[in-house]
Design a protein around this ligand. Structure first.
Ligand SMILES: *Cc1c(COP(=O)(O)O)cnc(C)c1O
Length: 391
């Protein structure tokens, strides 16, 4: 058997006719930016996430960067202010802070949830802290009631990096008893539609969601040259817009997102039930199990994880990776080098963040996506179970 980590060709093929139709419609319309496809996607994605506003932009990094830029223009943040961020995140979360000349303060994750450790946040807060950027890494909810309380008590903005968790639920209910989705619980959230994400475009794309009308109008203006009226520039903005083509493709794929995520959850459930090898650790699951009982298929529909990535931890990670390759299974590492050890962040290279470092040294991502078959998932389990660590 040959199992790719993720075949984008197969992902697109699931809805090929509809996608081609959408692209055809835009191409023939003669209108390629800031048109109907954007308006439709923004309306539908805001409704899906559960926020008042959605603003399309060029990519996920821009979505994050525009949020901080807007807060600076609004006077809520100034150069040199601090933003708390998990130390084990993807580099984009951190670059959005440094690009705005704000200072990232790296906080270790909880080794079981792999998300920012809420018990370490308060000791990282100073008089210059203005925001906490939580990252729903691997598609797992990172929000906790305690983080929200800290933000309220200290008057900090709560910003979500939802690049990996489209469609995920958070353990918080609205007035009608419905669970919030990630991307709707903080003051603002950034989404990336990079092709490999759960909701992926056929190229770069991103969006910001928020209930804050003032922030929404600042973000929209900052992403459109700092203008809200043609040829009048109020701010030194940038050009970060969502193409009509990508917006149209995203509208097609959004309809299937919950279903695709359910398939990911089914595969993940199968992994939790069948992977059994003392040399391999699976990240904790209890935090993501829904209150509702598991259904006949072993699925918890309110599960607070959409399995963008299925990480396993193994002290002999590289050996495990070679073993799986020999079984025909492609894997990835998210991520091989933690941000504080990257060459672009020399000033942090001396830092010691042992939990983050251990995750980066032992993490291996196994295939988990909606195009996988049951047979493929079974082969992944069997191959992992047959792994024998070197003594
Ligand atoms: C993918 C990703 C981003 C950046 O998205 P791009 O669209 O590639 O700019 C930001 N944060 C996280 C956690 C991501 O995984």
């Amino acid at each position: 058997m040959n199992i790719p980590y993720l075949s984008l060709k197969s992902v697109t093929a699931m809805h090929m006719d509809e996608i081609i139709n959408a692209v055809d419609g835009v191409a023939r319309s003669g209108w390629y930016l800031q048109g109907k496809a954007n308006a439709t996607f923004e309306r539908d994605y805001a409704a899906f996430i559960g926020t008042r506003h959605c603003i399309g932009c060029g990519n996920g990094l821009d979505a994050l960067t525009l949020i901080f830029r807007a807060y600076k223009e609004m006077g809520a943040m100034q150069e040199g202010d601090e933003v708390i961020v998990p130390a084990n995140t993807y580099i984009a979360s951190i670059l959005s802070i440094t690009e705005n000349r704000l200072t990232p303060v790296l906080v270790e994750p909880n080794p079981d949830t792999l998300q920012i450790d809420e018990s370490r946040i308060e000791q990282a807060i100073t008089s210059r802290t203005r925001a906490i950027l939580i990252v729903h890494l691997y598609g797992r909810n990172a929000w906790t009631p305690r983080i929200e309380t800290i933000c309220q008590e200290r008057q900090l903005k709560l910003i979500e990096d939802n690049a990996q968790a489209h469609g995920c639920f958070a353990p918080k209910k609205d007035a009608n008893g419905n669970l919030f989705r990630t991307g709707a619980i903080g003051d603002a959230a950034a989404h990336s539609f990079y092709p490999g994400k759960n909701l992926g475009a056929l190229g770069d794309a991103g969006a910001i969601t928020t209930n804050d009308t003032e922030l929404a109008s600042f973000v929209r203006s900052m992403g459109n040259y700092g203008s809200s009226k043609k040829y009048e520039f109020r701010y030194e903005g940038k050009n970060s817009r969502l193409d009509e083509l990508q917006a149209a493709v995203l509208s097609v794929k959004l309809k299937y997102l919950d279903m695709d995520n359910l398939r990911r959850k089914a595969i993940a459930s199968f992994y939790y039930a069948n992977i059994n090898n003392a040399a391999i650790e699976l990240p904790g699951r209890s935090q993501w199990a829904a209150a509702k009982p598991v259904d006949a298929n072993g699925l918890t529909h309110g599960e607070r994880c959409v399995y963008h990535i299925f990480p396993v931890l193994c002290a002999q990670r590289d050996h495990l990776r070679r073993h799986l390759a020999s079984c025909g299974i492609d894997t990835m590492i998210h991520y091989p080098i933690p941000p504080h050890q990257q060459a672009c962040f020399k000033a942090w290279n001396h830092l010691s963040l042992p939990i983050t470092e251990r995750i980066h040294a032992s993490e291996l991502s196994i295939p988990c996506n909606p195009t996988m078959t049951d047979e493929e998932a079974a082969w992944v389990c069997q191959s992992i179970n047959s792994f024998q660590p070197a003594t």
